[in-house]
Design a protein around this ligand. Structure first.
Ligand code: NDP
Length: 440
């Protein structure tokens, strides 16, 4: 950790992600001297490369605007770099390095041949016109296209990058290179996208929770669930909870959260999706449409629930939130967002002996279906929805079982330590591939 902090000053999110992994991996490495001798973990904390570039675009008033874009190519030991792009004003190198670092373990857990990467820009799509978003995306891809390729690096969406942005970026790549190839996932169905990619991360996080519950005899049917966020991951996590008979009490955005004691049913959820994806509105507008609900500033973790699924952003559950969740009877967490719980918060969950599904395992459904989109693009075929739904469920169960095999009996009172399980299971495959390549 000293070396990581010295080499990467001022990058707290990256330090946090490495700390969380190293804390669980080091005892495992201690028993396997070859990993230590070959400095595998140390090498994994250094990205293959970080590309940063200027993104210039013109706003609707004719002003020239300048943002910074990045692509962090972390590790391609087991396949082409793969990981989303985030457009948000908080994006910086630290955030993208934490996400890229996590991504190498997550992608390994899926069992598919994908390395880890991440990218994005400090661009805020909120309040921008359609044309401004289009011009930004085109300018971003004009530089990014030099660094990606179907066998090199295949980005996707993340916060602030959805179907609209992927469409603009794919179009620009095609125009610049005169090639129609699978260089992005999350594409529209008309141009090489895969069915269920949109749903995959949210559905997957709920499948992971369901698999953990199967081990402990719990069930989602009739359970109360708190969800944060109201974007892609949150709305589809809510949808799958409803399919499985749970009552969804909350959703949020950066302005605050809504608490609907009657539950956010299917019709209300469709209204939220239209609010967010079509009208690009705020979650606070929900209470005017559904007066039985309340809007509050802050995060939803004070609402008593049986299970919590954070689906907004990093560090959105601090140590006090974690204590509150436990005190109010929460029995399990499945992380849809990346690194949503601070390290001390994870300790609270683990000390309380409640189920804790870490993001690199619980939210891997999205990248798993992205991997399936890559396969379909390479073979120039489209798989059916039934086939993909089955593959997603099986993949999430497989990830659960893989984590379980390493974490079984290592948690409080002999329960499973899913954090340990996910970190070790994700690490081993990448580490063994790196060993095979020698020193590089
Ligand atoms: P979206 O942009 O679709 O939605 C993000 C949601 O989180 C919005 O409701 C947004 O509110 C809220 N949010 C973002 N930043 C903050 C903040 N600082 N404080 C409070 N709320 C915030 O993104 P996704 O749903 O795609 O991503 C959500 C999380 O899931 C991220 O951590 C992402 O890395 C992770 N993830 C996403 C995958 C995917 O397939 N999309 C795959 C794996 C992980 P507002 O509109 O106000 O900004």
């Amino acid at each position: 950790m000293d070396g990581v902090q010295k080499r990467n000053p001022g990058q707290p999110e990256f330090h946090q992600a490495v700390h969380e992994v190293a804390g669980t991996i080091l005892p495992y490495i201690a028993e396997k001297p070859i990993y230590h001798k070959m400095q595998i973990l140390e090498r994994m904390t250094e990205p293959d490369r970080v590309v940063s570039f200027r993104v210039c675009w013109e706003d609707d008033e004719g002003n020239i605007r300048v943002n910074r874009g990045w692509r962090v190519q972390f590790n391609n030991a087991i396949g082409p770099y793969k990981g989303g792009c985030r457009f948000h004003p908080s994006v910086n190198e630290s955030v993208l390095k934490f996400l890229g670092f996590e991504q190498q373990f997550k992608n390994s857990l899926t069992g598919l041949p994908m390395g880890g990467g991440k990218g994005g820009a400090n661009f805020n799509p909120k309040g921008k016109s359609e044309n401004e978003v289009m011009r930004f995306c085109q300018s971003f891809m004009t530089e990014l296209c030099r660094h990606i390729g179907p066998n090199t690096d295949v980005p996707a969406g993340d916060i602030g990058v959805g179907a609209r942005e992927i469409g603009y970026m794919f179009g620009q790549y095609k125009r610049l290179t005169n090639k129609f190839e699978g260089i992005l996932t999350g594409k529209g169905l008309e141009f090489g996208g895969s069915l269920i990619r949109t749903e995959a991360t949210g559905y997957g996080a709920v499948y992971f929770l369901q698999s953990m519950l199967e081990q402990t005899g719990g069930a989602l049917d009739g359970a109360r669930v708190c969800i944060s966020g109201s974007g892609n991951v949150a709305t589809y996590a809510a949808e799958k909870c409803l399919h499985l008979g749970a009552k969804v009490l909350t959703l949020s955005d950066s302005g605050g959260y809504i608490h609907d004691p009657d539950g956010i049913d299917g019709e209300k959820l469709e209204w939220v999706k239209a609010l967010k994806n079509v009208r690009r509105g705020r979650i606070s507008e929900y209470v005017a449409e559904y007066p039985g609900a309340e809007f509050h500033e802050g995060r939803p973790w004070s609402v008593p629930c049986d299970y919590a699924i954070p689906c907004a952003t990093q560090n959105e559950i601090d140590v006090d939130d974690a204590k509150l969740l436990v005190k109010n009877g929460c029995k399990g967490i499945s992380e849809g967002a990346n690194m949503p719980t601070v390290v001390e918060g994870i300790n609270v969950f683990q000390d309380a002996g409640i189920l804790y599904g870490p993001s690199k395992a619980a939210n891997a459904g999205g990248v798993a279906v992205s991997g399936m989109e890559m396969s379909q693009n390479s073979a120039r075929i489209s798989w059916s929805e039934d086939e993909l739904q089955k593959l997603l469920l099986e993949t999430m169960q497989g990830i659960h079982d893989n984590c379980y095999s390493y974490g079984e009996g290592k948690g409080k009172d002999g329960g499973c330590d899913y954090l340990l399980g996910a970190n070790v299971a994700g690490f081993v495959k990448v580490a063994d591939a790196m060993l095979a390549y020698g020193v590089q």
